[in-house]
Design a protein around this ligand. Structure first.
Ligand code: ADP
Ligand code: MG
Length: 258
């Protein structure tokens, strides 16, 4: 039996004024799989995410989502096709409570429009959604007053409101304390077990990468230099060279921290 292909990148390339940010990057993500995209700063990870999510168009190459060519489709169309993307909580939500934001996201996912004045009703489903990401106690808290880690949880809840079958996360653990980051990884593991959602994420923290990913892709200067299991990636001399090079400059280490 062959697993369903959720997402396929086909020779994706992107240049910025002559700089080759992404060069002929191809990979496949299968149903239920968790794939990590790693690489030093400036390797092209965020650019790759933008091409996959539709925030930016590639110079050449294709993006397939659940077997459909979505290269020229908008972000909204990709979301409707089952792609979720975590995003920074927009400013408009700062004075809204977490419960209201969750209610709004659920309503938007259901194709309903909202009156944007007065208090929003916070239905049971919105509270359940917050509960699911460990924010059960924060329904009444204004989004702008949430701690950084809790904002990230809310961000995840808003993405999950759409019921995606694939979730893209660009550095979901950025700025989090190690304890918060571990809690986020546990949350993602629980989501995966619950819904079989496929995940693609970038992350600097190697503990999170090696603890969560089924498979790892390594980018260096826009090119995919390695792809394999966490054990294979850890042992790969080319990957070690890239990371040891960075380590000499005070960058991240490849060994997961104890
Ligand atoms: N909008 C842009 N305009 C010009 N250069 C960009 C732009 N976005 C990214 N770059 C450049 O492309 C390269 C890859 O960046 P990025 O995808 O953000 O890498 P990463 O996320 O791996 O750190 C970097 O050299 C960066 O400076
Ligand atoms: Mg980046």
């Amino acid at each position: 039996m062959t697993a369903e292909v959720v997402l396929a990148a086909e020779a994706l390339s992107k240049r910025f004024n002559g700089l080759e940010a992404l060069a002929e990057v191809s990979f496949t993500l299968y149903a239920g799989e968790t794939l990590a995209l790693i690489g030093p700063n400036g390797a092209g990870k965020t650019t790759c995410f933008k091409l996959l999510s539709g925030e930016m168009a590639p110079d050449s190459g294709k993006v397939h989502l659940f077997g459909r060519d979505v290269t020229r489709k908008s972000m909204a169309e990709r979301v409707r096709a089952g792609m979720g993307r975590s995003f920074q909580v927009p400013g408009v939500f700062a004075s809204m409570t977490a419960g209201e934001a969750a209610a709004l996201a659920l309503a938007a996912a259901g194709g309903k429009s909202f009156r944007m004045w007065g208090r929003l009703e916070v239905p049971e489903a919105a509270l359940a959604l917050l509960e699911r990401v460990g924010l059960g106690g924060a329904a009444e808290t204004p989004c702008g007053r949430l701690a950084h880690g809790d904002r990230k949880r809310l961000d995840l809840a808003l993405a999950l409101a759409q019921g995606p079958r694939l979730l893209l996360m660009d550095e979901p653990g950025a700025g989090m304390a190690p304890g918060e980051r571990r809690a986020l990884a546990a949350l993602l593991r629980a989501e995966r077990a619950r819904s079989g959602i496929a995940l693609l994420f970038t992350e600097h923290d190697m503990e999170a990468v090696f603890g969560l990913a089924d498979r790892i892709l390594v980018l260096d200067r826009g090119r995919l230099i390695a792809e394999g299991s966490p054990a294979a990636i850890r042992a790969d001399p080319r990957v070690r060279a890239v990371y040891l090079g960075e380590e000499a400059g005070g960058g991240v280490g490849l060994q997961p921290k104890p």
